[in-house]
Design a protein around this ligand. Sequence first.
Ligand code: HEC
Length: 293
Amino acid sequence: MRALPLLFLASFSAAAAAPNWASVPSKPITLFMPGQTSLEWLMTPGEHKGADRFRAGAACLSCHTGQERVMGDVARKKYDRAPLGVQPVTLPVTVQFARDADTLYVRVTFADTPDAKQDPAAAKVAMMLDGGGTPEAARAGCWAMCHDDSAAMPSGKTPRTMYLGKTRALMTRQGGGDTLKPAGELARLKASGYGIEYWQVALTPAPVAANGVVFDKRTPAKTVVAATASRAGNQWTEVLSRKLTTGQVALVPGKKYAVAFAINAGHSAGRYHYVSFERSLILGGGAADFVAK
Ligand code: HEC
């Protein structure tokens, strides 16, 4: 291997010492372009063939394991009014999780895609994280937040961000619009842990970390996520991390979390990202897709 990895400065000076990744197990996952398939589309019988069973409680992966390539093809051809043709429909990604006494780390590696020329950032990597307070996260991954009237979706006429359905007074096939439930009900939802945490790094190409919560909208929070990025050949590798106690979701050994990934590769922007289906994460040991030992 000729290329020396070019290591960019960490975006957060207090970043802890990195784990020894060579000894951390890795798992490949396939991300795909979802087109404009919203949560409402998924829940509509006659549009999505899995709608009835999804509504009854089935998770995406219970039906769609291993189908990412075909789904990306179909989503681009049938469910995208303005498809982005220059990029492949799937993105193979390698994921590793590790932790130490006070920090959780996730390392994500993928190869560059052709340049979509939409965004100044070379790529953006995001992970969603939920600790059970948002039950739809474990069944629908990122689609829990992706509505038909979010920006650039079929019913999206405003720059409305991602949001969670239970914050809306009324959900229809077109989404929930801007009418929220009464403040008291929203406060109760929040207190019960409803809200999906997100971690993000933008490769500018120096890594710029961000984090926050999706509840009634996508709300950035004080930056507690640290990120590093490096590139070797056409491979990007990013490490995102945060202290176990500093986010919306408290991270404790033995508890199961829902995670999912979204990656804007090759200077793509907004909804032209690759997304993963939902995965589970556990810290310490136990049965989950990812174990941060
Ligand atoms: C009960 C099983 C089931 C569940 C659960 C389910 N689906 Fe599907 N889904 C299907 C079937 C069946 C099709 C149609 C496939 C075909 O026609 O070949 C489909 C089609 C799709 C398509 C269109 C692409 C294609 O290959 O036709 C997308 C995108 C999709 N599902 C996403 C999801 C997502 C995201 C979830 C979870 C939020 C989900 N599905 C949950 C069964 C399911």
